[in-house]
Design a protein around this ligand. Structure first.
Ligand SMILES: NC(=O)c1ccc[n+]([C@@H]2O[C@H](COP(=O)([O-])OP(=O)(O)OC[C@H]3O[C@@H](n4cnc5c(N)ncnc54)[C@H](O)[C@@H]3O)[C@@H](O)[C@H]2O)c1
Length: 386
């Protein structure tokens, strides 16, 4: 596909989040990388060698670059507000990697800054942009299966044992699975349910004293139309729920079952938090090659949607439809790379004025649910969402 006027995009932060979106940024015609901001000279040099453009050490300076129309913010959670405000002040559209922020005040400030500047704000990529989720939304919107009554989303990973920066293991600084992983499940479930969330009841687990933050949760969410969803996640898992997804990993690549235990083995060799942060930093842009384009859609674990006249199960290849009297399978249309939908969404917003579901207030509302999970787990009761 050729697009005559791709969006000039600047990237803030060339770490792990950027690396995962990079295959799509390289291949998708809706965007053109024109600048980056990153503290590491080696990353900046690698960016210029691959994309040309201009590399900055400072995000605000990059935002002033007239070549840029939009900024993709892939810096650590705690920096999202400052970087989004810098983009808004320079009149650039904003794509913020999830979560929009850590505190609700910061999320609200980002939404306010984008509104005041009259720029588009999209929170993503999150797994709510995955092709099977988008295709399921279209099927559900058609009304052929009746109302969505219940959604069950689970994911069992080794998230907590992948190399982390110290703040990623401190809940008060946005660490743990709630801000980094629940946010995906929340986005997926909200997108599929298509109604405002009303109440949350949750329990969380912080079971490993050496990694003192939440690594697991189970939560129930009720929605305005009477539907409800259950979300369960374990980042301590030994079981790998990718096994139930045909051994396709989260990023849409075939997964080698023989690589079992790899994250825990690598972490066992680490002797200090600084060494662990360096191990994470070693997987950054310019230091290692980004993942190849993936042959399947990305996913965030098994998701089953129960409707009046069918249950729908999302897989990395499409949607299993278990109807009243028949079963069928709807393949998801192939995309150049799994993260293309979020880039297409940015293009549609900026060029055609068609904002996606995950625009503006969306990211702040999903964050509210993260805080509600933590609060419910602390108080032992339901948390009402205003
Ligand atoms: N959507 C996804 O699947 C996904 C996956 C991983 C990370 N992320 C998100 O990406 C964000 C970053 O997390 P990460 O895991 O990539 O962390 P990371 O540490 O790997 O990367 C962060 C990068 O930001 C850079 N940085 C730090 N301060 C900066 C500054 N002032 N200006 C410019 N760059 C700066 C660092 O050098 C680093 O390269 C988080 O919000 C995270 O949730 C999203």
């Amino acid at each position: 596909m050729s697009i005559c006027d791709p969006i000039g995009l600047g990237v803030a932060g060339l770490g792990r989040g950027f690396m995962l979106t990079l295959p799509s940024l390289r291949h998708d015609p809706h965007v053109r990388l024109v600048a980056c901001a990153a503290p590491r000279q080696a990353s900046r040099d690698a960016f210029c060698a691959e994309f040309g453009g201009t590399a900055y050490a400072d995000v605000a300076q990059m935002c002033a670059d007239p070549q840029l129309e939009a900024v993709y913010i892939a810096t650590p959670h705690q920096m999202h507000r400052a970087h989004a405000e810098a983009a808004a002040a320079a009149g650039k559209h904003i794509l913020v990697d999830k979560p929009l922020a850590i505190s609700q005040a910061d999320a609200d400030a980002i939404v306010h800054a984008a509104n005041q500047a009259g720029v588009h704000l999209i929170t993503g990529p999150s797994h709510s942009f995955d092709q099977p989720v988008e295709a399921a939304r279209r099927l559900l919107d058609s009304g052929q299966f009746g109302q969505v009554r219940m959604i069950h989303a689970t994911n069992y990973t080794d998230f907590l044992y992948r190399p982390r920066r110290p703040e990623e293991l401190d809940t008060n600084q946005g660490g743990g699975v709630i801000f980094s992983q629940a946010i995906h499940q929340i986005d997926v479930v909200r997108a599929l349910m298509g109604q405002p969330a009303l109440r949350v009841a949750a329990m969380t687990g912080a079971w490993d004293r050496t990694r003192p933050t939440e690594g697991a949760y189970s939560c129930l969410i009720s929605f305005a139309g009477g539907g409800f969803a259950s979300l369960t996640y374990s980042g301590y898992a030994h079981y790998d729920s990718d096994a139930a997804q045909g051994w396709v990993g989260e990023l849409g690549h075939p997964k080698d079952p023989q690589a079992y235990g790899k994250a825990r083995r690598a972490l066992a060799a680490v002797t200090s938090p600084a060494e662990e942060a360096a191990l994470k930093g070693a997987r950054t842009y310019g230091a290692v090659e980004a993942p190849a384009p993936a042959p399947y859609a990305e996913h965030f674990g098994p998701v089953i949607i129960s409707c009046d006249r069918a249950d729908l199960r999302l897989t990395p290849e499409g949607i299993e439809i278990w109807g009243d009297t028949q079963r069928s399978f709807q393949p998801t249309p192939p995309d150049p790379t799994p993260r293309s939908p979020v880039l297409r969404a940015l293009y549609a917003a900026v060029r055609q004025g068609q904002a996606p579901l995950q625009a503006g207030q969306w990211g702040a509302d999903s964050l509210k649910l993260c805080h509600a999970i933590l609060k419910s787990a602390q108080t032992g009761g339901f948390v009402e969402l205003s």
